[in-house]
Design a protein around this ligand. Sequence first.
Ligand code: C5P
Length: 228
Amino acid sequence: MATELIVVLDVDTAEEALSIVDATEGCTWYKIGSQLFTRCGPSIVEAVQAKGRSVFLDLKFHDIPNTVAHGARAAADLGVGLFTLHASGGAKMIARARESVEGTDTKILAVTILTSFSDEELKSDIGLKETAAEAVPRLAKMAIDAGAHGIVCSPQEIALVRQAVGPEPLVVTPGIRPAWSSKDDQSRIMTPAKAAAAGSSMVVVGRPILNHENPTEAVRLIKEELAG
Ligand code: C5P
């Protein structure tokens, strides 16, 4: 299956978000995170969907299983195609979330270790004895076995995650930069073509599209790269 493109809507207002949707013709998927959702609420999800597009709701749920199950059902009732939870919430939490979206078209993505963590911080702040390279595939396998449909990870981790979960689950990767764009504050980046070749199902791209003088052209270029 061809690798899909997800455009990031990390802005403060519905007007800005919808103007990005209008300016990125040919794109199906949009990621709404805590910034836009906290400012605008469910109505921004509905407004993007009303334009015939699909929403990835990136709120990274992490709570007791009952609470996450109800949050997951709320996301499914809102009609989002994808939403995130933290794998570190555990197998019971993930299994309850999966049960509560059964029969809907909503899919669950598990976040393993946030890429902002260094191995030192995992040890000092969280008390984790593993490095990220050890924890990521372990958490990915646990999450998929518990019922997650896919994993969010850095493009550098695609091979590790694919080894752990096999070819079927979705692997969704931010940290993507086409050769023609600026790195911004991302450090461990990969081009869309390389991420697709490494096994990414969907690439998440923000600033290279939003800061391009012609976002529709940026989308066209990225989709061309993804198609090989
Ligand atoms: O503008 P840019 O393409 O860097 O946006 C990437 C998006 O992916 C942002 O919404 C960012 O918060 C998110 N993200 C990331 N790295 C992660 C997890 C999420 O860049 N490890």
